[in-house]
Design a binder for this molecule. Structure first.
Ligand code: HEM
Length: 174
């Protein structure tokens, strides 16, 4: 996975819980405290998952809670600054989520070895979107946490229900 994911995780942990906690997470995952994760570089998925597991252990939280915290931080603190251009001109959660497939292709298309998640969309009715997530990584908790983060960013009360293991029904208020 791209280094940008690890950078975001590091900022989340360091900002909210202190740099020492992140350094312990690195130690537990067997990663050098001096390691530098370049945003566009490839970090083996196994290392990313070890780091996420390390965060869970250090903070005594489960994967679902960690994924919610990550999704919130990614959208509301990290991507909204780092990838501000993708947020420009988008005024609600519906529009933003509908751009996700395109954004993931765009952001990774010039990078070697990237395997971005795929998103596909169907409408149950005009307020109800079925958003399907496909990825060999199957990080379903992260998918859920990220969609929640989008709801928070746009100040919307999204009602989310998993209809199949990888298809989420999202009800908008409008
Ligand atoms: C502007 C906002 C966003 C940007 C720039 C972005 C970019 C990225 C990048 C660069 C990766 C790593 C891909 C790789 O290493 O192959 C990634 C992974 C991922 N993104 Fe996003 N993302 C954004 C928002 C979202 C949102 C809102 C969702 C949920 C709907 C989402 C779902 C995921 C998931 C689940 C992964 C993990 C990789 C996988 O499942 O295979 N992202 N994203």
């Amino acid at each position: 996975m791209k280094g940008t994911i690890v950078n975001c995780l590091e900022r989340l942990v360091a900002d909210r819980f202190g740099k020492e906690v992140w350094l312990k997470v690195l130690d537990n995952a067997g990663v050098s405290r001096q390691a530098i994760f370049l945003a566009l570089a490839d970090v083996p998925d196994e290392i990313v998952l070890n780091l996420v597991n390390g965060v869970c252990k250090e903070l005594n939280i489960g994967m679902k809670e960690a994924a919610d915290a990550f999704g919130d931080y990614w959208v509301n603190e990290y991507a909204s600054k780092m990838y501000a251009n993708f947020f420009r001109g988008v005024s609600n959660a519906k529009e933003f989520l509908l751009k996700m497939d395109k954004i993931h292709t765009t952001v990774t298309k010039t990078l070697s070895n990237a395997s971005p998640p795929k998103f596909s969309y169907r409408w149950a009715d005009e307020k109800t979107l079925l958003m399907r997530y496909d990825s060999e990584r199957n990080l379903i908790h992260f998918f859920q946490g990220l969609v929640k983060g989008v709801g928070k960013y746009y100040g919307e009360d999204l009602v989310m229900t998993m209809r199949t293991p990888n298809e989420m029904e999202i009800q908008f208020q409008y």
